[in-house]
Structures are given as structure tokens and as C-alpha cells.
Write a protein that binds this ligand. Structure first.
Ligand code: HGY
Ligand code: MN
Ligand code: MN
Length: 417
């Protein structure tokens, strides 16, 4: 066994580790600023490569052996006495004009706590592997649907490599040009015993209840995709209103109806239309086609399925003069996380005197895919004003310290005991 394990306080994070984390968050954030000023670290881009270089150096400084898997997930390994693996991490990509903490906090906290435990307790019993996961946000490849963690879980379909971004570049070509293997996807691993993800809450519950830690029991179901409405492109000035086949007013009614029908269930589900596009998109042209994305979330599989049927009803209602196509892109059932892990983390919070709340996650996470194959847990820290997916995203240093402490204590329990 490693050096004497006094108690959970071995995992308490000192100010020097917190300072390292605060500095690393700022350093990595700089890699997300594109030449055009937009904050967006998209997969397989120069911004991603810059973050990978930094994360790789942090992992090596922590004593880890690093490697990349087929899709370019970056792995840092602290070899244990046994080959059994405890994995911790999160995603390294961001949404457009996103925040510094979403995803990256989970990676940096895992590197920080793993390195510190290794320093203080020596070689772990089980191998501890930190992972910086690609393409969780689908912000570059809209229909990619979590390919990074699906590859880790052995559930990534080979067909996903053909998914293209807005410029027609496939995941295969983007990954290969970034120096990664690409096809074929990896198989599920036999050696992974548990996956843990520290993540910002991205909501306001912990802050409102003045709780330091969220212990997540389940992740909402997610149904998403796009709706395309095709009309007849024509001149904006010479085409009389009654002769038009304009998709825009139909789209407006369709979207209005969607929100009206969701309203009675607004305590059990959420609906977002995040992107609306018109083609060709000129002021003086009646569009040929209009499209919008939909993102539906609910803890209830039944409500999610009912929402998809509602879309079909609206398509049939409005497909008179306008052709309407629903293109589902993902459908992820609600996911339960590891109940033993929830209990262990709860007990550690109590021992460490950390205030906590058991809760569900409205946001999707890589953990929802890992949980299909490996026992998986998610730990939240508060988001100031409940803001996320926005550059205002922020978590107070004292809350980061609490998150680091509970992650360290849990990794100590899983790897060193
Ligand atoms: O959309 C989500 O919930 C996650 O940020 N990908
Ligand atoms: Mn996100
Ligand atoms: Mn995230």
C-alpha cells in the first residue's frame, strides 16, 4: 500500500493546488480565442491543437504517460500496481462564444488532483487515467453527437467519421489532418472500472441553495435535430404576396406552435431553437428554404417521444404549399449514474464538511455515454448566476477548491485504497 493513508484530509486541496488550477484555467482559455476574436475551441482546429499541447505538458509534469486514441482524445496515465483503470476527465471543445469552465474544468481538476495524490501517496493501487475528450459540444460537426466519449465507450459508429462540418470537411479528414488515426473507432475497454467527471452545474440550483457540491444521479434525455422548410425562391419586389411560396411565415407559425404546445409541460421539459438559417439569405430574395434546429430535454422518455410526435403533427399541419422535412440528429434516453458512487461521494462530502445536494443534470455530458458501459459519476460545482455556454461563465475559487477536494477524495478512495 502507498504511504500511510491518514484520512480523507489527505485529499484536502491546499492553496497552491488551487492557484495552479486558477492559472491553468486562464492559460488554456487563451487557446480558445480565434484570430477573428471569437472564443471557440472547435475540434481538430489550431485552437484545439494549442490546448492539447498545454494539457499534454500538464499531464507530463504530473508524471503521466500520454497517448491519443483513434479520434484524438488525449489520455494521461498514472500507472498503478494493477492494470485496472479509474478514468477521470471531461471535454476540451467549447461552444461558440462559450466559457472557460465547461468541460475544461473537469480535465484540469483531474490532472491537478491526480498529480497531487501521486506526489503525496505514491503509486496508486489502480491505474489512474485522465482524458481530454474531443467533440462533446457538436459545435463544429452538428450531428456528431458526442463522438469523443462514444469512442471511449466503444459505441461510436464507423459511419460517424463521414459526418461533415459546415465546410464539408468530414470528421475523418479533420481528425487525420490533426494527426490522429481516425478510422476505425476504438472498442470498449475491459480495463476501465469507473469514470468520474467534475463539471460546472451550468444552472443556478447550487448557488440558490448555497451548496458547494452537486452529486448527480441522472442526466436528462435529449432529442435534437433540424426542420427544413422548402418554398419557391423568387424576387422580393415583383412577386405578389398571394403567389408566393415563402417558407418564412410558415416557419414562424411552426416555431410559435412548438413553444405553445410545450408550455403546459414547461416544468418537466425544455425546448430550444438555437439556430435559424435562410437560403440564399439575401434581403431582396424570397428564400428557397428555411431551417431551424430544435433541442428538447426531459427526464421523461415519454415526454421526449411525445415532443417528437408533436413535431410530426406540426409538419403535417403546415405542409400545404411548403414542403417540410424533420431531420432528427440525436435521441439520447435519460441516463442513470452509478448509485454506489453517489453514496460514496455523499459520504465523503459529509466527512469533509462540504455542503452538497443530490440532483439531476439538465445538460448533456460525456458521462451519459460512458455510463452506458462503465460505472460513472458526475460531480457539479456551482455556476455564478447559473450562467453557462456564455463568456460570462464563472465559478468562484472557493467553489473550485471544494470541487477539487471532493474529486481528490473520491479518486483517492477509488485508486489508492
Ligand atoms: O448541450 C449540452 O447539454 C452539452 O453542453 N453538450
Ligand atoms: Mn457544454
Ligand atoms: Mn460540458
Amino acid at each position: 500500500m502507498g504511504k500511510s493513508m491518514k484520512n480523507e484530509n489527505e485529499a484536502i486541496i491546499r492553496d497552491e493546488e488551487l492557484r495552479w488550477l486558477l492559472n491553468a484555467i486562464q492559460e488554456v482559455a487563451k487557446t480558445g480565442i480565434r484570430p477573428d476574436g471569437l472564443y471557440w475551441r472547435a475540434s481538430y482546429t489550431p485552437e484545439d491543437a494549442a490546448a492539447v499541447a498545454l494539457l499534454k505538458s500538464y499531464m507530463e509534469q504530473a508524471g503521466m504517460r500520454v497517448f491519443f486514441d483513434a479520434v484524438g482524445n488525449l489520455h494521461g496515465v498514472l500507472q498503478g500496481k494493477s492494470e485496472q483503470v479509474i478514468m477521470a476527465g471531461s471535454h476540451r471543445d467549447t461552444v461558440r462564444s462559450g466559457g472557460k469552465y465547461d468541460g475544461m474544468l473537469g480535465i484540469l481538476s483531474a490532472i491537478c488532483s491526480a498529480g497531487r495524490l501521486y506526489q503525496r501517496l505514491g503509486q496508486p493501487e489502480k491505474t489512474l487515467e485522465v482524458v481530454a475528450i474531443v467533440e462533446e459540444e457538436s459545435s463544429r460537426f452538428i450531428a456528431s453527437n458526442y463522438i469523443g466519449s462514444c469512442n471511449l465507450a466503444g459505441t461510436m459508429p464507423a459511419s460517424a467519421f463521414a459526418i461533415t462540418d459546415a465546410d464539408g470537411i468530414s470528421i475523418q479528414d479533420a481528425a487525420a489532418s490533426a494527426g490522429y488515426q481516425g478510422m476505425p473507432p476504438d472498442r470498449a475497454r475491459e480495463d476501465i472500472q469507473h469514470f468520474v467527471e467534475l463539471h460546472i452545474e451550468q444552472g443556478g440550483v447550487l448557488e440558490a441553495e448555497k451548496k458547494q457540491i452537486g452529486i448527480v444521479t441522472s442526466i436528462m434525455g435529449q432529442w435534437g435535430g433540424s426542420v427544413v422548410l422548402r418554398g419557391k425562391q423568387n424576387h422580393a419586389g415583383t412577386t405578389p404576396m398571394k403567389l408566393r411560396q415563402d417558407p418564412v411565415p410558415v416557419m414562424a407559425s411552426f416555431i410559435h406552435d412548438m413553444f405553445s404546445r410545450v408550455k403546459p409541460y414547461e416544468d418537466e421539459m425544455v425546448l430550444t431553437v438555437g439556430k435559424i438559417e435562410l437560403f440564399p439569405g439575401s434581403v431582396n430574395v424570397i428564400p428557397d428554404r428555411a431551417s431551424f434546429t430544435f433541442d428538447i430535454r426531459s427526464a421523461s422518455q415519454e415526454l421526449g417521444s411525445r415532443a417528437m410526435r408533436m413535431l410530426e403533427e406540426l409538419r403535417d399541419k403546415y405542409s400545404k404549399k411548403i414542403e417540410i422535412e424533420i431531420i432528427p440528429a440525436w435521441e439520447d434516453a435519460p441516463v442513470l449514474l452509478d448509485s454506489t458512487g453517489v453514496r460514496d461521494i455523499e459520504e465523503l462530502c459529509r466527512k469533509l464538511g462540504l455542503s452538497y445536494r443530490i440532483m439531476t443534470s439538465g445538460a448533456g455530458h460525456d458521462s451519459q455515454n460512458m455510463a452506458q458501459v462503465y460505472p460513472t459519476n458526475v460531480i457539479f460545482v456551482p455556476s455564478e448566476d447559473g450562467v453557462s455556454h456564455d463568456e460570462r461563465e464563472f465559478t468562484k475559487p472557493e467553489d473550485l477548491q471544494a470541487g477539487l477536494t471532493i474529486l481528490s477524495a473520491y479518486l483517492k478512495k477509488l485508486c489508492w485504497e
